[in-house]
Ligand binder design. Structure first.
Ligand code: NAD
Ligand code: GLY
Length: 358
């Protein structure tokens, strides 16, 4: 088993990565300090893995809340189902919420843990590739608002992340590709060697080669853990992890939450960032083409959706958490592995990039 650490002083926590982790009872129980747990899952994941997690809890008092499945349910109204479950069962401040599912369940259960009685314990059991390489690590939790993606939330770290790679066996191909977007992101922001490894190994990853997948998950989690340890609340470096996301969030909202998967929107968004970076003379043509080629190799979209206009993009992008004092900062690239957070672009550069991307 690989164990990585997110180093945050007394709030540090382990990320366990291996096959057959769901079944190792001690792994879960050693991170539960109270005498009750609420498992939050959804209607797709629960029939596959809920029983396994329940049996890991042994005699501990536990209940489950099963949410409807989908990004369109990641909102305050559905979040209430978790609070209902906690209150109905009189769960107290020493309760542990266990998020069992992909990023949607993880973000919602995480926000419930951050806010219920001003904070209860949280464990993440991510079951999608995207959540194993990104969303379960680092403590960003929250829900969408009709006017903006992930606009309501909190930073709240889990006590542990348990990534059982066997859960990926049941993941649909489209979801596997969505996870590749966040993996490619780590190469593009700071690791050119990993980007080259991905170019060589994308066929093995898409064929679900466990060794290749485990390596990609480890490198991704190690990179994310380092960034989060250096800048937990995104006052600087952590913003790099949003490469492709400002464009991507506009796509998710513009098309309606759930039409394009988050990873698909981020894939197209990273191509848009590469196109803008090349247009500004920051990234050379070869690196831009390599970026687009790898994203296409991962079976992700590389262009903005036909139905979205530049005006729609600009309006939606102005509602972004990287807007500071009214100025939108973007993550752009000075080459593969060399991303920067910047507001040094002209409004025309952004308009042109959006046009060139469709
Ligand atoms: P998701 O949670 O919607 O899961 C994708 C689909 O796969 C769902 O239908 C789910 O039910 C199903 N599923 C999950 N595990 C499965 C399994 N093992 N077998 C079969 N089906 C399974 O989507 P996601 O891609 O995991 O996460 C996307 C969300 O994560 C977005 O809301 C995004 O904003 C968020 N996110 C958060 C962070 C963060 O730092 N908190 C980072 C990246 C993304
Ligand atoms: N996914 C971006 C972050 O965690 O900061």
């Amino acid at each position: 088993m690989t164990t990585l650490t997110v180093d945050l002083g007394e709030r540090s926590y382990p990320i366990y990565i291996d096959t057959a982790l769901l079944g190792q009872n001690d792994l879960l129980k050693q991170h539960i300090s109270g005498n009750s747990a609420l498992i939050v899952s959804n209607e797709t994941v629960a029939p596959l893995y809920l029983e396994k997690v329940q049996s890991m809890l042994g005699g501990l008092k536990h209940e489950a809340v099963i949410l409807p499945d989908g990004e369109k349910y990641k909102n305050l109204e559905v979040l209430n189902q978790i609070y209902d479950g906690l209150l109905r069962n009189r769960f107290d401040r020493n309760t542990t919420i266990i998020a069992l599912g992909g990023g949607v369940v993880g973000d919602m259960a995480g926000f419930a843990a951050a806010s219920y009685q001003r904070g209860v314990h949280l464990l993440q059991i991510p079951t999608t590739l995207l959540s194993q390489v990104d969303s379960s690590v680092g403590g960003k939790t929250g829900v969408n608002h009709a006017l903006g993606k992930n606009m309501i939330g909190a930073f709240y770290q889990p006590k542990a992340v348990i990534a059982d790679t066997d859960t990926l066996d049941t993941l649909p191909d489209r979801e596997l590709s969505a996870g590749m977007a966040e993996i490619i992101k780590y190469g593009l922001i700071c690791n050119a060697d990993f980007f080259s490894w991905l170019e060589q190994n994308m066929p093995a990853l898409l064929a679900r080669d466990k060794k290749a997948l485990t390596y990609a998950i480890e490198v991704s989690c190690r990179t994310k853990a380092e960034v989060v340890a250096a800048d937990e609340r995104e006052s600087g470096k952590r913003a790099l992890l949003n490469l492709g996301h400002t464009f991507g969030h506009a796509i998710e909202n513009g098309l309606g939450y759930g039409q394009w998967l988050h990873g698909e929107a981020v894939g197209a968004g990273m191509c848009m960032a590469a196109i803008m970076s090349e247009h500004m003379g920051w990234m050379d043509k070869q690196d831009k083409e390599k970026t687009i080629r790898l994203i296409e190799q991962a079976k992700l979209p590389s262009k903005a959706p036909d139905s979205m206009t530049s005006e729609q993009f600009l309006k939606l992008m102005s509602v972004d958490k990287k807007v500071l004092d009214g100025v939108l900062r973007l993550v752009l690239m000075k080459g593969i592995g060399k991303s920067v957070v910047t507001d040094e672009y002209k409004a025309d550069d952004l308009r042109t990039a959006i046009k060139l991307s469709s």
